[in-house]
Design a protein around this ligand. Structure first.
Ligand SMILES: [Zn+2]
Length: 115
């Protein structure tokens, strides 16, 4: 049973969803719930990129890289360059991804990125 946020430890607010599911993000720190799919998480990272103060061209470039990543398997080595770019250009968005990095990036690619 998932009750507390693994990042900040605050209680996860439950919704009135009949499945008894909680909200998709921690109300306190914004950490994503463990039941979100990889595609949903990538959409969330794209929103994170949008919220940065990077210039629009850079934001677009990163969002396109995330779109490409979403279409590839987590373990596809072609995703490594996109993740590397995100880490270099938008380190704050990369920090957001860290708690769910195992969902987002397959083991082989994590090795390439030295994670
Ligand atoms: Zn939290």
């Amino acid at each position: 049973m998932f009750a507390d946020c693994p990042v900040c430890g605050s209680e996860w607010p439950l919704t009135w969803d009949p499945r008894g599911k909680g909200t998709d993000f921690c109300a306190h720190c914004g950490n994503p719930a463990p039941w979100l799919s990889r595609k949903e998480l990538i959409q969330w990272l794209k929103a994170g990129v949008q919220a940065t103060d990077l210039e629009p061209a850079k934001r677009r470039e990163l969002q396109e890289a995330l779109d490409r990543i979403a279409e590839l398997a987590p373990d596809d080595s072609k995703t490594a360059a996109g993740w590397d770019k995100l880490r270099a250009v938008a380190p704050r968005v990369w920090e957001l991804a860290k708690p769910v990095i195992n969902v987002l990036i397959g083991e082989g690619v994590r090795k390439i990125l030295r994670l």
